[in-house]
Design a binder for this molecule. Structure first.
Ligand SMILES: [Zn+2]
Ligand SMILES: [Zn+2]
Length: 302
């Protein structure tokens, strides 16, 4: 391992709901969840069912006690609050461990805050343990385009973007772009940067359009990895235009114009099995050769 740690592991790649194993042999069945390790900080994006495996991994690593990561202080960023991006949260093992501190960073969607939505998801009619009954602790933060989260050795700080630009000694940086193509409130696209210039852009639940989203193209410019929604085939898109998801052609067009090094297609439709996803990957590579279908447990170290 190098002296500096900047690592991404993918725990959930599906959109909408987890498919049957038949459709998930190769690429996985769990809905959206990513883990970044930025130096000693564990930073989680979305809490789809993939977070259940992530919780088990973190628990094992904590028990081994040789982990250098700060497992007691976790950081969460949410793209938006649709259920496929939250449904794993009540089953996240570390919720049930005292002394775990969770920093929950999310857009408000319509008039709803993340805290309100999680309280609803874990209300007595829906789940046996309420948010307030969990032994772990949570702090909630609003986040918006003019804010930046910076990670330092001691923890993270949220600053206005103009001030953050003057701060130099950070280890990792998270910024966002609000996308309005996703129904009823949009979704945040996030950029995660290491202090030595590596960049990963996570654009889930976005719908492309003719000529590409130029704000996204600029935001993702020269990224090492662009993770982009590609839920639909072209035929499906004709039926689901306006549902807030893309085709591989849309994802490839953005990747090409932004000059990213690698494109990961994600938010796979639960009806898409191994064969179709492999075909879509092959077709996508004709447009943008460095394309991969995002797969559970894929890891990238920078
Ligand atoms: Zn989704
Ligand atoms: Zn959604």
């Amino acid at each position: 391992m190098s002296d500096h740690l900047f690592r991404l592991k993918i725990y959930g790649v599906r959109g909408s709901y987890p498919p049957t194993t038949d459709n998930g042999h190769t690429y996985g069945v769990n809905t959206t969840c990513l883990r970044f390790d930025i130096e000693k900080h564990v930073v989680i994006f979305d809490a789809g069912t993939g977070i259940i495996n992530l919780g088990n991994d973190l628990f094992q690593e904590m028990r081994q006690a040789d982990g250098k990561q700060n497992y007691k202080k976790l950081h969460f960023f949410f793209s938006h609050l649709h259920i496929d991006h939250l449904m794993g949260f009540p089953y996240f093992l570390l919720n049930y461990i005292p002394d775990i501190e969770m920093h929950m960073i999310s857009p408000r969607i319509l008039t709803y805050s993340l805290e309100q939505v999680l309280e609803f998801l874990m209300s007595p009619a829906l789940f046996p343990v309420t948010l307030n009954e969990l032994p772990s602790r949570r702090t909630f933060y609003d986040f918006s385009e003019n804010m930046v989260a910076l990670f330092f050795d001691h923890g993270f700080e949220i600053h206005p973007a103009s001030e953050a630009a003057k701060i130099k000694n950070w280890q990792g940086k998270v910024s966002c772009l609000r996308n309005y193509t996703h129904p009823k409130g949009g979704a945040y696209i996030y950029k995660v940067e290491s202090h030595n210039g590596k960049k990963v852009v996570f654009a889930t639940d976005v719908e492309g359009f003719v000529g590409n989203d130029q704000r996204l193209v600029n935001f993702a410019r020269d990224a090492d990895i662009l993770i982009h929604d590609a839920q639909y085939t072209l035929e499906e898109y004709a039926m689901f235009q306006g549902f807030g998801h893309s085709t591989y052609e849309m994802a490839c067009a953005v990747a090409k114009e932004a000059g990213v090094k690698k494109l990961l297609l994600t938010h796979h439709d639960p009806k898409h099995g191994d064969e179709l996803l492999a075909q879509l990957e092959a077709k996508a590579r004709e447009i943008f050769p460095q394309t991969h279908v995002a797969t559970e447990f894929m890891e990238f170290a920078f």
